[in-house]
Design a protein around this ligand. Structure first.
Ligand SMILES: [Fe+2]
Length: 322
């Protein structure tokens, strides 16, 4: 780390701090990030020049997905998520127009939604989040991939993620996450920070007064995980502890063996913003310490799962997700 001179009384600054994030900072040399081929029609920011024109069939897919999820989610999704779907009127018909959505979301929390062609490089993703821009996939799934797709499409990204960005505290958490991404890259600990994203933004649960609710987009945008996450006896449910989560492996192609539960979004924000990630990363090895099925002695366990579903083989084995 290189220190540069600051005026007397001012905090010294480092050359590799990205500063105010106004410009896309260069990727530091030697940092490993997945190599993605940038399509020729997008610039360094990876943004599409405009949102795609969707066909009537595309809009109908959105409407059917929306109707299915909204049958499932009341009483299961976090109150902040359900409030967000109403505030942003995501069910007014068809794929939402990003410009309208951004204007409405901007008035609530200062966030916007911007179209990207596909998964984008980590440092570009962090930079957009640090500037309160949420990159959303431009394409929508087909009828053939209605229930499950690997690449995030506009339904996963907009329906799954954007309602939570209407919550002021969660909106701040996502911006801080983007800023934290730079620190993780400098320490080459992107996997550790990725685990925190996975167990909060994608598969997080929150304990509300009426009981457990889901706020993770990976749960809320699909048909099968919501009941498993909240009601099944298989998975572990453990109070979130940031140091524990960043050391925990995760599964990307099956239901989660373990869910981490927050008390509130203020609790999540406080736990992450107050933690000194420089110190945390220095104590971490390059791999994960704990399997995604593990329950360890420091865990504050809400419910220890039977792991029955995963022990029977998980997805593709015919095991029932109980
Ligand atoms: Fe996602």
């Amino acid at each position: 780390m290189t220190l540069i001179l600051a005026p007397p009384g001012a905090e010294p600054r480092t050359l590799d701090e990205p500063g105010d994030f106004a410009k896309l900072p260069d990727l530091p040399a030697g940092v490993f990030t997945a190599p993605l081929q940038r399509p020729v029609h997008v610039g360094a920011d990876w943004l599409e020049p405009a949102q795609r024109d969707y066909s009537r069939a595309d809009h109908a897919i959105w409407d059917d997905l929306y109707a299915r999820q909204m049958d499932l989610l009341p009483g299961r999704a976090a109150s902040a998520f359900l409030a967000g779907t109403q505030k942003l009127a995501l069910g007014r018909g068809g794929v939402p127009e990003f410009a309208r959505l951004s204007a409405e979301l901007g008035a609530l929390t200062g966030w916007s939604v911007v179209p990207v062609p596909m998964l984008i490089p980590d440092h570009v993703f962090f930079w957009h989040l640090a500037n309160r821009r949420f990159p959303a996939g431009n394409f929508i799934r087909t009828r053939e991939t209605f229930d499950y797709i690997e690449e995030p499409d506009v339904f996963h990204d907009v329906f799954g993620h954007v309602p939570m960005l209407a919550d002021p505290v969660y909106a701040d958490y996502m911006q801080e996450y983007g800023r934290a991404g730079w620190k993780a890259m400098r320490h080459n600990r992107l996997k550790a920070l990725g685990s925190l994203y996975w167990y909060t933004v994608e598969f997080g649960l929150v304990m509300e007064r009426e009981g457990l609710r889901a706020y993770g987009a990976g749960i809320l945008s699909g048909p099968s995980e919501i009941r498993f996450a909240l009601e099944a006896r298989s998975p572990n449910r453990i109070h979130l502890n940031v140091d524990r989560v960043v050391r925990t492996d995760y599964v990307i192609d099956d239901l989660q063996p373990t869910y981490f539960v927050i008390e509130s979004f203020t609790d999540l924000y406080r736990q992450t913003v107050e933690r000194d990630f420089d110190t945390l990363y220095q104590g971490l090895g390059p791999g994960f310490t704990y399997a995604n099925t593990a329950v360890i002695d420091v865990d504050n366990v809400i419910q220890r799962g039977t792991l029955e579903y995963h022990l029977r083989g998980g997805r593709g084995s015919g095991a029932t997700p109980v």
